[in-house]
Design a protein around this ligand. Structure first.
Ligand SMILES: [Zn+2]
Length: 344
Protein backbone atom coordinates (compact mmCIF):
# COMPACT_ATOMS: atom_id res chain seq x y z
CA UNK A 1 0.00 0.00 0.00
CA UNK A 2 2.67 2.60 0.87
CA UNK A 3 4.23 2.09 -2.57
CA UNK A 4 0.93 2.60 -4.26
CA UNK A 5 0.43 5.80 -2.30
CA UNK A 6 3.90 6.98 -3.31
CA UNK A 7 3.18 6.15 -6.91
CA UNK A 8 -0.04 8.12 -6.80
CA UNK A 9 1.73 11.05 -5.16
CA UNK A 10 4.46 11.03 -7.82
CA UNK A 11 1.84 10.89 -10.55
CA UNK A 12 0.05 13.84 -8.98
CA UNK A 13 3.28 15.86 -8.86
CA UNK A 14 4.11 15.15 -12.48
CA UNK A 15 0.54 15.84 -13.55
CA UNK A 16 0.43 19.10 -11.63
CA UNK A 17 3.81 20.37 -12.83
CA UNK A 18 2.94 19.61 -16.48
CA UNK A 19 -0.35 21.40 -16.18
CA UNK A 20 1.01 24.40 -14.33
CA UNK A 21 3.49 25.04 -17.15
CA UNK A 22 1.35 24.03 -20.07
CA UNK A 23 1.30 26.27 -23.10
CA UNK A 24 -2.10 25.70 -24.64
CA UNK A 25 -4.57 28.26 -26.01
CA UNK A 26 -6.60 27.96 -22.79
CA UNK A 27 -3.51 28.40 -20.58
CA UNK A 28 -2.41 31.43 -22.61
CA UNK A 29 -5.90 32.91 -22.45
CA UNK A 30 -6.03 32.43 -18.67
CA UNK A 31 -2.66 34.10 -18.23
CA UNK A 32 -3.91 37.12 -20.18
CA UNK A 33 -7.06 37.21 -18.05
CA UNK A 34 -5.06 37.40 -14.84
CA UNK A 35 -3.76 40.91 -15.48
CA UNK A 36 -5.71 43.43 -13.45
CA UNK A 37 -6.90 45.66 -16.24
CA UNK A 38 -10.03 47.06 -14.61
CA UNK A 39 -10.70 50.75 -14.29
CA UNK A 40 -10.05 53.05 -12.55
CA UNK A 41 -6.46 51.83 -12.34
CA UNK A 42 -5.81 49.39 -15.18
CA UNK A 43 -2.45 47.66 -15.44
CA UNK A 44 -1.35 48.19 -19.04
CA UNK A 45 2.38 47.47 -18.80
CA UNK A 46 2.17 43.77 -17.87
CA UNK A 47 -0.44 42.65 -20.43
CA UNK A 48 1.47 44.55 -23.13
CA UNK A 49 4.70 42.71 -22.18
CA UNK A 50 2.81 39.42 -22.26
CA UNK A 51 1.34 40.15 -25.69
CA UNK A 52 4.75 41.15 -27.04
CA UNK A 53 6.18 37.83 -25.81
CA UNK A 54 3.30 36.02 -27.55
CA UNK A 55 3.93 38.01 -30.73
CA UNK A 56 7.65 37.18 -30.62
CA UNK A 57 6.86 33.50 -30.14
CA UNK A 58 4.85 33.38 -33.37
CA UNK A 59 7.07 35.73 -35.36
CA UNK A 60 5.07 38.95 -35.45
CA UNK A 61 6.69 42.36 -35.30
CA UNK A 62 5.70 44.43 -32.26
CA UNK A 63 5.73 48.18 -31.74
CA UNK A 64 4.28 50.28 -28.93
CA UNK A 65 3.22 53.90 -29.14
CA UNK A 66 2.59 56.13 -26.14
CA UNK A 67 0.51 59.01 -27.42
CA UNK A 68 -0.29 59.64 -23.75
CA UNK A 69 2.25 58.58 -21.09
CA UNK A 70 1.56 55.19 -19.48
CA UNK A 71 -1.25 54.48 -21.95
CA UNK A 72 0.42 52.26 -24.54
CA UNK A 73 -1.02 51.28 -27.89
CA UNK A 74 0.49 47.98 -28.97
CA UNK A 75 0.70 47.21 -32.67
CA UNK A 76 1.60 43.77 -33.98
CA UNK A 77 2.28 43.21 -37.65
CA UNK A 78 2.19 40.16 -39.90
CA UNK A 79 3.66 41.16 -43.24
CA UNK A 80 1.72 40.20 -46.34
CA UNK A 81 3.18 39.03 -49.63
CA UNK A 82 2.02 42.28 -51.30
CA UNK A 83 2.61 45.09 -48.81
CA UNK A 84 1.54 47.68 -51.38
CA UNK A 85 -2.11 46.66 -50.89
CA UNK A 86 -4.23 48.31 -48.18
CA UNK A 87 -3.78 46.40 -44.94
CA UNK A 88 -6.19 44.63 -42.59
CA UNK A 89 -6.40 45.77 -38.98
CA UNK A 90 -7.79 43.73 -36.08
CA UNK A 91 -8.40 45.75 -32.95
CA UNK A 92 -9.15 44.98 -29.33
CA UNK A 93 -8.87 46.91 -26.09
CA UNK A 94 -6.61 46.23 -23.15
CA UNK A 95 -8.84 47.56 -20.37
CA UNK A 96 -11.88 46.16 -18.59
CA UNK A 97 -14.80 47.57 -16.66
CA UNK A 98 -14.53 47.37 -12.84
CA UNK A 99 -15.57 44.29 -10.87
CA UNK A 100 -17.00 43.93 -7.37
CA UNK A 101 -14.99 40.93 -6.09
CA UNK A 102 -17.33 40.24 -3.16
CA UNK A 103 -20.17 39.51 -5.60
CA UNK A 104 -18.17 37.06 -7.68
CA UNK A 105 -18.22 33.27 -7.29
CA UNK A 106 -14.49 33.25 -8.11
CA UNK A 107 -12.04 36.18 -7.83
CA UNK A 108 -12.42 38.34 -10.98
CA UNK A 109 -8.75 38.15 -11.94
CA UNK A 110 -7.97 34.56 -10.96
CA UNK A 111 -9.25 33.19 -14.29
CA UNK A 112 -10.57 30.15 -12.46
CA UNK A 113 -11.21 27.16 -14.72
CA UNK A 114 -13.97 24.98 -13.30
CA UNK A 115 -14.26 21.22 -13.96
CA UNK A 116 -17.19 21.87 -16.34
CA UNK A 117 -14.91 23.99 -18.55
CA UNK A 118 -16.03 27.48 -17.59
CA UNK A 119 -13.53 30.27 -17.08
CA UNK A 120 -14.45 33.08 -14.73
CA UNK A 121 -12.73 36.43 -15.24
CA UNK A 122 -13.58 40.09 -15.65
CA UNK A 123 -12.95 41.03 -19.24
CA UNK A 124 -13.05 37.45 -20.52
CA UNK A 125 -15.68 38.32 -23.13
CA UNK A 126 -15.15 42.07 -23.27
CA UNK A 127 -12.80 41.69 -24.82
CA UNK A 128 -9.74 39.67 -23.87
CA UNK A 129 -11.04 36.63 -25.74
CA UNK A 130 -10.85 38.63 -28.96
CA UNK A 131 -7.28 39.71 -28.25
CA UNK A 132 -6.22 36.10 -27.86
CA UNK A 133 -8.31 34.74 -30.72
CA UNK A 134 -6.47 36.99 -33.19
CA UNK A 135 -3.16 35.57 -31.97
CA UNK A 136 -4.33 31.97 -31.88
CA UNK A 137 -5.76 32.23 -35.39
CA UNK A 138 -2.49 33.63 -36.72
CA UNK A 139 -0.53 30.99 -34.81
CA UNK A 140 -2.61 28.26 -36.49
CA UNK A 141 -2.35 29.79 -39.94
CA UNK A 142 1.41 30.22 -39.60
CA UNK A 143 1.77 26.61 -38.50
CA UNK A 144 0.08 25.62 -41.77
CA UNK A 145 2.54 27.74 -43.74
CA UNK A 146 -0.01 30.37 -44.74
CA UNK A 147 1.15 33.85 -45.72
CA UNK A 148 -1.47 36.58 -46.18
CA UNK A 149 -1.59 38.63 -49.36
CA UNK A 150 -2.20 41.83 -47.44
CA UNK A 151 -0.30 42.88 -44.36
CA UNK A 152 -2.28 42.17 -41.19
CA UNK A 153 -1.99 44.39 -38.12
CA UNK A 154 -3.37 43.81 -34.64
CA UNK A 155 -3.80 46.78 -32.34
CA UNK A 156 -4.33 46.66 -28.59
CA UNK A 157 -5.60 49.98 -27.29
CA UNK A 158 -6.04 51.41 -23.78
CA UNK A 159 -9.00 53.24 -22.22
CA UNK A 160 -11.73 51.97 -24.56
CA UNK A 161 -14.07 51.51 -21.62
CA UNK A 162 -13.79 55.18 -20.70
CA UNK A 163 -14.20 56.54 -24.21
CA UNK A 164 -10.83 55.84 -25.84
CA UNK A 165 -9.83 59.51 -25.93
CA UNK A 166 -6.25 58.71 -24.84
CA UNK A 167 -6.16 55.44 -26.75
CA UNK A 168 -7.83 54.64 -30.07
CA UNK A 169 -8.77 58.25 -30.72
CA UNK A 170 -5.13 59.37 -30.60
CA UNK A 171 -4.01 56.30 -32.54
CA UNK A 172 -6.38 56.70 -35.52
CA UNK A 173 -5.46 60.37 -35.81
CA UNK A 174 -1.71 59.68 -35.83
CA UNK A 175 0.82 59.62 -38.64
CA UNK A 176 1.70 56.08 -37.53
CA UNK A 177 -1.87 54.98 -38.23
CA UNK A 178 -1.99 56.74 -41.58
CA UNK A 179 1.19 54.93 -42.59
CA UNK A 180 -0.51 51.57 -42.02
CA UNK A 181 -2.73 52.23 -45.08
CA UNK A 182 -5.63 50.38 -43.48
CA UNK A 183 -8.32 49.16 -45.86
CA UNK A 184 -10.43 47.09 -43.48
CA UNK A 185 -10.85 46.99 -39.71
CA UNK A 186 -12.42 44.36 -37.51
CA UNK A 187 -13.13 45.32 -33.92
CA UNK A 188 -15.06 43.78 -31.06
CA UNK A 189 -18.70 42.88 -31.48
CA UNK A 190 -20.92 40.87 -29.18
CA UNK A 191 -20.38 37.52 -27.54
CA UNK A 192 -21.97 34.57 -29.29
CA UNK A 193 -23.44 31.64 -27.39
CA UNK A 194 -23.07 29.33 -30.38
CA UNK A 195 -20.20 28.37 -32.67
CA UNK A 196 -20.94 31.20 -35.06
CA UNK A 197 -19.48 34.66 -35.19
CA UNK A 198 -21.80 37.55 -35.75
CA UNK A 199 -20.34 40.47 -37.66
CA UNK A 200 -21.68 43.97 -37.19
CA UNK A 201 -20.83 46.99 -39.29
CA UNK A 202 -21.84 49.81 -36.98
CA UNK A 203 -21.53 50.81 -33.37
CA UNK A 204 -23.48 53.21 -31.23
CA UNK A 205 -22.02 56.38 -29.78
CA UNK A 206 -22.00 56.31 -26.00
CA UNK A 207 -23.05 59.46 -24.20
CA UNK A 208 -23.17 60.11 -20.47
CA UNK A 209 -26.10 62.27 -19.44
CA UNK A 210 -26.31 63.87 -16.00
CA UNK A 211 -29.49 65.73 -15.21
CA UNK A 212 -29.77 67.88 -12.13
CA UNK A 213 -32.85 69.42 -10.55
CA UNK A 214 -32.91 72.13 -7.98
CA UNK A 215 -35.74 73.65 -5.99
CA UNK A 216 -36.64 75.08 -2.64
CA UNK A 217 -35.92 72.74 0.26
CA UNK A 218 -38.82 72.04 2.57
CA UNK A 219 -40.13 70.03 5.47
CA UNK A 220 -41.13 66.50 4.61
CA UNK A 221 -44.67 67.17 5.71
CA UNK A 222 -45.28 70.00 3.26
CA UNK A 223 -46.72 69.72 -0.24
CA UNK A 224 -45.41 72.40 -2.58
CA UNK A 225 -44.61 72.77 -6.25
CA UNK A 226 -41.24 72.70 -7.97
CA UNK A 227 -39.26 70.73 -5.39
CA UNK A 228 -35.98 69.28 -6.68
CA UNK A 229 -37.09 65.68 -6.18
CA UNK A 230 -40.41 66.29 -7.89
CA UNK A 231 -38.70 67.91 -10.86
CA UNK A 232 -36.19 65.10 -11.15
CA UNK A 233 -38.85 62.42 -10.91
CA UNK A 234 -40.89 64.08 -13.65
CA UNK A 235 -37.85 63.88 -15.89
CA UNK A 236 -37.19 60.28 -14.94
CA UNK A 237 -40.78 59.49 -15.93
CA UNK A 238 -40.41 61.18 -19.32
CA UNK A 239 -37.09 59.45 -19.99
CA UNK A 240 -38.53 56.09 -18.91
CA UNK A 241 -41.40 56.52 -21.40
CA UNK A 242 -38.92 57.24 -24.19
CA UNK A 243 -36.90 54.18 -23.14
CA UNK A 244 -40.03 52.03 -23.26
CA UNK A 245 -40.89 53.28 -26.75
CA UNK A 246 -37.43 52.34 -28.03
CA UNK A 247 -37.42 48.99 -26.24
CA UNK A 248 -40.88 48.25 -27.66
CA UNK A 249 -39.43 48.49 -31.18
CA UNK A 250 -36.84 45.85 -30.23
CA UNK A 251 -39.35 43.59 -28.48
CA UNK A 252 -41.70 43.68 -31.46
CA UNK A 253 -38.86 42.55 -33.71
CA UNK A 254 -38.81 45.69 -35.87
CA UNK A 255 -35.21 46.49 -35.01
CA UNK A 256 -32.27 45.07 -33.15
CA UNK A 257 -30.99 46.43 -29.86
CA UNK A 258 -28.15 48.18 -31.62
CA UNK A 259 -30.50 50.03 -33.99
CA UNK A 260 -32.49 52.01 -31.43
CA UNK A 261 -31.52 54.70 -28.97
CA UNK A 262 -30.94 53.15 -25.57
CA UNK A 263 -31.14 55.16 -22.38
CA UNK A 264 -30.57 53.46 -19.04
CA UNK A 265 -30.41 55.00 -15.57
CA UNK A 266 -27.06 54.35 -13.91
CA UNK A 267 -27.23 56.39 -10.73
CA UNK A 268 -29.45 58.52 -8.53
CA UNK A 269 -28.03 61.07 -6.14
CA UNK A 270 -30.37 62.85 -3.76
CA UNK A 271 -31.37 63.13 -0.14
CA UNK A 272 -29.77 64.59 2.96
CA UNK A 273 -27.42 62.08 4.60
CA UNK A 274 -27.82 61.22 8.27
CA UNK A 275 -25.77 58.88 10.49
CA UNK A 276 -28.32 56.12 9.88
CA UNK A 277 -28.96 56.72 6.19
CA UNK A 278 -31.01 59.70 5.09
CA UNK A 279 -32.99 62.41 6.82
CA UNK A 280 -36.56 61.21 6.42
CA UNK A 281 -38.53 64.41 7.02
CA UNK A 282 -36.71 66.86 4.77
CA UNK A 283 -37.08 67.49 1.04
CA UNK A 284 -33.64 68.25 -0.45
CA UNK A 285 -32.81 71.27 -2.61
CA UNK A 286 -30.90 69.25 -5.21
CA UNK A 287 -31.37 65.91 -6.92
CA UNK A 288 -29.40 64.30 -9.70
CA UNK A 289 -29.55 61.28 -11.98
CA UNK A 290 -27.12 59.78 -14.45
CA UNK A 291 -27.95 57.94 -17.67
CA UNK A 292 -26.05 55.86 -20.18
CA UNK A 293 -27.32 56.97 -23.56
CA UNK A 294 -26.34 55.26 -26.81
CA UNK A 295 -27.07 56.54 -30.29
CA UNK A 296 -26.97 54.42 -33.44
CA UNK A 297 -25.39 56.06 -36.48
CA UNK A 298 -28.87 56.62 -37.92
CA UNK A 299 -29.99 58.81 -35.00
CA UNK A 300 -29.68 62.57 -35.28
CA UNK A 301 -27.66 63.82 -32.29
CA UNK A 302 -29.16 67.32 -32.59
CA UNK A 303 -32.70 65.96 -32.24
CA UNK A 304 -31.74 64.13 -29.04
CA UNK A 305 -30.07 67.26 -27.67
CA UNK A 306 -33.29 69.18 -28.44
CA UNK A 307 -35.28 66.51 -26.60
CA UNK A 308 -33.00 66.77 -23.58
CA UNK A 309 -33.33 70.58 -23.64
CA UNK A 310 -37.07 70.63 -23.96
CA UNK A 311 -38.32 67.49 -22.23
CA UNK A 312 -35.69 65.65 -20.20
CA UNK A 313 -33.98 68.53 -18.40
CA UNK A 314 -35.95 71.69 -19.22
CA UNK A 315 -34.92 74.96 -17.62
CA UNK A 316 -38.61 75.62 -16.90
CA UNK A 317 -38.47 72.82 -14.31
CA UNK A 318 -35.28 74.25 -12.77
CA UNK A 319 -33.18 71.63 -14.44
CA UNK A 320 -29.69 71.68 -15.85
CA UNK A 321 -27.75 68.92 -17.54
CA UNK A 322 -24.31 67.84 -18.57
CA UNK A 323 -23.70 65.75 -21.64
CA UNK A 324 -20.50 63.75 -21.90
CA UNK A 325 -20.05 62.89 -25.55
CA UNK A 326 -17.41 60.26 -25.54
CA UNK A 327 -17.23 59.98 -29.29
CA UNK A 328 -18.31 62.10 -32.20
CA UNK A 329 -21.46 60.70 -33.76
CA UNK A 330 -21.08 60.92 -37.46
CA UNK A 331 -22.23 58.85 -40.33
CA UNK A 332 -19.50 58.22 -42.80
CA UNK A 333 -20.33 58.04 -46.49
CA UNK A 334 -20.58 54.80 -48.41
CA UNK A 335 -21.96 51.31 -47.75
CA UNK A 336 -23.07 49.28 -45.93
CA UNK A 337 -26.69 50.13 -46.47
CA UNK A 338 -29.88 48.71 -45.03
CA UNK A 339 -30.31 46.13 -47.78
CA UNK A 340 -27.27 44.17 -46.61
CA UNK A 341 -28.08 41.30 -44.25
CA UNK A 342 -27.00 42.47 -40.82
CA UNK A 343 -26.23 38.95 -39.64
CA UNK A 344 -23.53 38.20 -42.13
ZN1 LIG B 1 -15.25 46.04 -25.24
Amino acid sequence: MPNLRLLFFSFFLVFFSVHSQEDTPIARFRRYLQFKTAHPDPNYADPVSFLISQANAIGLQARTFEFVPSKPVLLLTWSGSDPSLPSVLFNSHLDSVPAEPSKWIHPPFAATLTPDGRIYARGAQDDKCIAMQYLEAIRNLKAKGFTPLRTVHISYVPDEEIGGIDGCDKFVNSKEFEDLNVGFVLDEGQASTVDEYRVFYADRSPWGLIIKASGAPGHGSRMYDNGAMENLMKSVEVITKFRESQFHIVKSGEAMNSEVISVNPVYLKAGIPSPTGFVMNMQPSEAEAGFDLRLPPTADPDLIKKRIDEEWAPARRNMTYKLIEKRANKRLPGPPSNDIDKRV
